[in-house]
Design a protein around this ligand. Structure first.
Ligand code: NAP
Ligand code: ZN
Length: 347
């Protein structure tokens, strides 16, 4: 075991504190990573604040992890010491079920081991994430990052990037497609950039009037302030695909109306309370309502390579490790442009 530093919440309603945690010594197929940066995803906040049920303490969130290889087991082939690498939302899966064989490890039938708050044989019995100076991960779940890229702006691709890339790709985003993005936060801003890079015309739906200029700068053609419900009447039957990234309870029926016949809305946000859907919102126009969960390792690598080629990175605010509590408060208020990333060297 190696003792390293991490930022943890040690009980509900407490602020982050610096603690010492243990990482396992590398097994033959393990990669040891010195974490340089870790993004702050709203899922970190839902988890650390107990919004999805009780977190396990100490709770060390963080699943938008980038850094460099500083150690490896004897069987590791894909990586050399010093390579820039990434780790996303899960660090293990059974490897044998249909989902794993189908490169969709996030849907592992035995349950994927998520990067934090999942059961593990390692101490303390649950996984501890990327708000830490190091992490040890099986080679198979480590992503390659092209040398020379800005690692701080790459970190959010490991969750916000793949979570939006996967449904955009699956539902056929291409030139001529009209894509709506609901909520301009971490996931939302990546959805705009990626849909635009795939050739689509993007409309942003937001509750924040002051984000209009940014939405256009990020690549959106139109901006709809959702406080004005009359606007939805003009948008009926408009979109092939809507990517919904909202983290809180809201009325999703107007967005279903805005879909074209056979159009699809993909739910990505995980509000703690359920949304209500009127059957008529789906029936008139054979609309589809579905969800999507991050993406498998193969697709995450494909997304990283796509982003490197198209020069698509996250717009970030780089913060120090002692600013995480403040960053959570600002994220909840929608006051982040557009992802906080922690400089882990400041830990
Ligand atoms: P975020 O940066 O906080 O962005 C969420 C955005 O939602 C806000 O910027 C805001 O946009 C909008 N919003 C917030 N409260 C709202 C309300 N009451 N009504 C309407 N709009 C509201 O969060 P994120 O990191 O992008 O994550 C978004 C959600 O996706 C979270 O629930 C997270 O847990 C989930 N998530 C899911 C997956 C997956 O695999 N499915 C992966 C990662 C994250 P405007 O200011 O533009 O209105
Ligand atoms: Zn996330």
């Amino acid at each position: 075991m190696k003792t390293i530093k991490a930022k943890a919440v040690t009980a509900l309603n407490k602020n982050f504190e610096t603690i010492q945690i243990q990482r396992r010594l590398p097994n033959p197929d393990d990669v040891v990573i010195a974490i340089s940066h870790c993004g702050i995803c709203h899922s970190d906040i839902h988890t650390a604040r107990g919004e999805w049920g009780g977190p396990k303490f100490p709770c060390v969130p963080g699943h938008e992890i980038v850094g460099h290889v500083i150690g490896k087991g004897a069987k590791v082939k894909k990586f050399k010491l010093g390579d820039p690498v990434g780790v996303g939302c899960f660090v293990n899966s059974c490897g044998r079920c249909d989902s794993c064989k189908n490169h969709e490890e996030q849907f592992c039938e035995k349950g994927a081991t998520f990067t934090y708050n999942s059961a593990t044989p390692d101490v303390p019995g649950h996984t501890l994430g990327g708000y830490a100076s190091e992490i040890t991960v099986k080679e198979k779940y480590v992503l390659k990052i092209k040398k020379g890229l800005p690692l701080d702006k790459v970190a959010p691709l490991l969750c916000a990037g793949i979570t939006t890339y996967s449904p955009l790709k699956k539902y056929g985003t291409k030139k001529g497609y009209k894509v709506g993005v609901v909520g301009l936060g971490g996931l939302g801003h990546m959805a705009i950039k990626l849909a635009k890079a795939m050739g689509a015309e993007v409309t942003v739906f937001s509750t924040s009037a002051n984000k209009e200029k940014d939405a256009k700068k990020l690549g959106a053609k139109k901006f709809v302030l959702t406080n004005d419900s009359k606007i939805f009447a003009d948008l009926a039957k408009n979109f092939h695909l809507i990517i919904n990234t909202v983290s809180a309870k809201h009325d999703i029926n107007p967005y279903l109306t805005a879909l074209k016949i056979d159009g699809t809305m993909v739910m990505l946000g995980v509000p703690p309370e359920p949304n209500q859907v009127a059957a008529t919102s789906l029936i008139y126009g054979r609309k589809k309502l579905t969800g999507s969960l991050i993406g498998g390792i193969k697709e995450t690598q494909e997304m990283l390579d796509f982003c490197a080629k198209k020069k698509v990175f996250s717009d970030i605010e780089l913060i120090q490790a002692d600013q995480i509590d403040e960053a959570y408060e600002r994220t909840i208020k929608g006051l982040v442009k557009y992802r906080f990333v922690v400089d882990m060297k400041s830990l």
